[in-house]
Design a protein around this ligand. Structure first.
Ligand code: B1M
Length: 210
């Protein structure tokens, strides 16, 4: 890994937002493409943070400062991942399901979908099923559901059921993802598609739109 990407990796691990921003800027100035900075420096750092948490070396506060440092770096990458002035292909109501506060992956999915020409209605985190139902009533043609915890994954199913009960299931495409989610689970609960990462989520949404 180039030194600058290694620096970004270390700075996220240490939760140093200032150094993350500096490192990302240096990487961009050196001509390293935004997706490489993300895939080779930033995402592996968050994976390592998760490992350290599992090992009992990091606790929630450390995870939180690393997450903030990651978000600071993502802010700089955003213009490189999102194309401006694109005619929207569709509206996606995107959120992290009820009970779940993780939003880094969801925010990345939002950027990649925007880059693929979708308009995003970002419902945030801890979003109850009824809020997705309202967003579809208000015109969203796609719903994107993110879950990072095995305990909140069933809320994906609950949200799809809520859309069904509201009589809206046929009007909307539901795409799902997040670390514990699998293609098998997505198929079992009747989602329209599953994506393992943000760029594949954008590709999936494009193919469902056409
Ligand atoms: Co939490 N956390 N966390 N955490 N956290 C995990 C998820 C965990 C795996 C850590 C671990 O034990 N190794 C573990 C879950 C275990 C499990 O359920 N099996 C865990 C836990 C246990 C918890 C708490 C319960 C801890 C506690 O309080 N004791 C607590 C729960 C709070 C809650 O949500 N109610 C908690 C809290 C937190 C923080 C708030 C401190 C912070 C989140 C801050 C934030 O998001 N603003 C945090 C963090 C940072 C993590 C880890 C370290 C990193 C997550 C992340 O941002 N990854 C995480 C460990 C890990 O993932 N390795 C962990 C980077 C991100 C780019 O990846 O989100 O997977 P990810 O998104 C990817 C794909 O999954 C996919 O695309 C993204 C990018 O390519 N994707 C989609 C995501 N959504 C998609 C939607 C799609 C398609 C693709 O379509 C719509």
């Amino acid at each position: 890994m180039e030194t600058v990407l290694q620096n970004v990796y270390e700075a996220i691990k240490e939760g140093n937002a200032r150094l993350v921003k500096e490192g990302v800027q240096v990487a961009l100035d050196q001509g390293i493409a935004a997706p490489r900075i993300l895939d080779e420096g930033m995402i592996p750092a968050m994976t390592e943070v998760g490992r350290l948490f599992e090992e009992g070396e990091y606790f929630v506060p450390e995870m939180l400062v690393s997450a903030r440092a990651m978000q600071a770096g993502l802010g700089l990458l955003r213009p490189y991942l999102v194309k401006e002035d694109v005619q929207p292909v569709g509206v996606v109501a995107l959120g992290t399901v009820k009970g779940d506060l993780h939003d880094i992956g969801k925010n990345l999915v939002a950027m990649m979908l925007e880059g693929a020409g979708f308009e995003i209605v970002d419902l945030g985190t801890d979003v109850p099923p009824e809020r997705f139902v309202t967003a579809v009533r208000e015109g969203a043609g796609f719903v994107g559901l993110s879950a990072l915890l095995t305990t909140t994954m069933p809320m994906i199913n609950a949200t799809i059921r809520a859309l069904d009960e509201a009589g809206l299931r046929n009007q909307v495409k539901v795409i799902v993802g997040g670390a514990p989610v699998t293609a098998e689970y997505a198929a079992k609960i009747g989602a329209d598609g599953y994506a393992p990462d943000a760029s594949q989520a954008a590709r999936l949404a494009r193919s469902l739109a056409s």
